[in-house]
Ligand binder design. Structure first.
Ligand code: IMP
Length: 201
């Protein structure tokens, strides 16, 4: 069976491949949705990750007869009332660089003692315009006062994971995947899949 990923983010795709490896679903192949780059993306302006992930999965599933997986994620900082949340990719403005987003987090938390934060990921599965399943994963950590590590992407260098005593930016992709929000969401999705989901036709 083929599962099409509606993402051009190499990091997300790698995590999806790792999740498939560990899932025991041996006849499942994962590929990026063909022609993804030629398809105009839908607006990601939902109020929740669930809404955005479902919108993307349902929309892209209109371009194939196969199963489509989409994911939406973000960083939620407690002292910022959960910001940047669903606006994580554009926290410092539409088209903002990762460096600008990270700098704004540091600036917004200057002098703030409460550094608690979490990453959230929602993975949604759809076929032929119908949402099949949506699953959420989370991971808790602390926002550092400076960047640490140059692995990973996005807010990884600012996200300190206490059980490993290092930032996500210092972890190999495999080690990050063991505990990450996306790893948790994808593992939960494949667990439900293995348990028997109505995948439609
Ligand atoms: P999305 O592609 O719309 O889901 O955007 C999610 C945004 O949240 C990304 O651009 C990153 O800024 C941030 N983000 C989500 N997951 C991660 C992660 O695993 N590490 C670092 N940043 C992340």
């Amino acid at each position: 069976m083929m599962l099409y990923a509606a993402t051009s983010n190499a990091g997300k795709l790698r995590e999806l491949l790792m999740a498939r490896e560990g899932s025991g679903l041996t006849d499942l192949n994962v590929e990026v949705l063909p022609n993804l780059r030629d398809i105009a993306p839908p607006a990601e302006d939902g109020a929740t990750y669930e809404e955005n992930a479902a919108t993307k999965a349902v929309y892209y599933s209109g371009f194939t007869t196969g199963l489509v997986l989409a994911e939406d994620s973000g960083l939620e900082v407690e002292a910022l009332g959960g910001a940047p949340g669903v606006r994580s990719a554009r926290y410092a403005g539409v088209g903002a660089t990762e460096a600008a987003n990270n700098a704004l987090i540091l600036e917004s938390l200057a002098g703030q003692a409460n550094r608690r934060a979490r990453f959230v990921s929602v993975a949604a599965l759809a076929r032929r315009g119908r949402l099949i399943q949506s699953v959420r994963g989370e991971v808790s950590g602390l926002i550092l006062t400076e960047l640490r590590g140059d692995r990973g992407f996005g807010y990884d260098p600012l996200f300190f994971y206490e059980p490993f005593a290092c930032s996500f930016g210092e972890l190999t992709p495999e080690r990050k995947f063991e505990v990450s929000h996306r790893g948790n969401a994808l593992r939960a999705l494949f667990r439900e899949w293995s348990g028997g989901l109505d995948l439609g036709h």
